[in-house]
Ligand binder design. Structure first.
Ligand code: CU1
Length: 171
């Protein structure tokens, strides 16, 4: 029984560690939303996005949508080949990996009018390695970080299996 309790505590600690750093950001808030009047450069630069955080685009689907695009399409406001198209009006995007992600509005003229946001995703604080201070050129550090993110996901999955096994034993 003591062993069971130890496992439960370990699982609880692991769960807390793996979720403590996740944050949810409503794009443009406070003071704005996913609209034509928010300066997203200012909005994004004052926030520190980390892996496992979520960003939420809230808007009227009749007025806007959200396209995730490549850097080139972001720069040129091209809507021709989006990576992903979101149009629910309440779109949740989980920042699963480090790197930069690019989002624009696909409605004619809206991207050129300022509806474009780029999200630089840094390693989460649950990672044991310190966040690189290199900023925009951080893309060359992506491979090791991706490995560590995968390990975290595996650890979470393992924790879940242990929890289920313990629950089975106790039932
Ligand atoms: Cu729009």
């Amino acid at each position: 029984m003591a062993a069971t309790r130890t496992i439960l505590v370990a699982v609880a600690v692991m769960t807390v560690l793996s979720t403590a750093s996740a944050a949810v950001y409503n794009v443009g808030e406070p003071g704005g939303a996913w609209d034509l009047s928010t300066n997203y450069g200012t909005w994004a630069s004052s926030r520190n996005f980390q892996t496992n955080d979520q960003i939420v685009f809230k808007y009227s689907p009749q007025a806007h949508d959200v396209l995730e695009v490549s850097k080139a399409d972001y720069d040129s406001c091209s809507t021709a080949s989006p990576v992903t198209t979101l149009n629910s009006g309440n779109d949740v995007v989980t920042l699963t990996a480090t790197g930069t992600r690019y989002f624009i509005c696909g409605f004619p003229g809206h991207c050129a009018g300022g509806m474009k946001v780029k999200i630089d995703v840094m390693p989460g604080s649950s990672s044991s390695s310190p966040a690189p201070a290199s900023g925009p050129s951080a893309s060359n550090t992506a491979p090791p970080t991706l490995v560590s993110a995968a390990t975290n996901v595996e650890a979470m999955g393992f924790g879940l299996v242990v929890l289920l096994a313990v629950a089975g034993l106790m039932a």
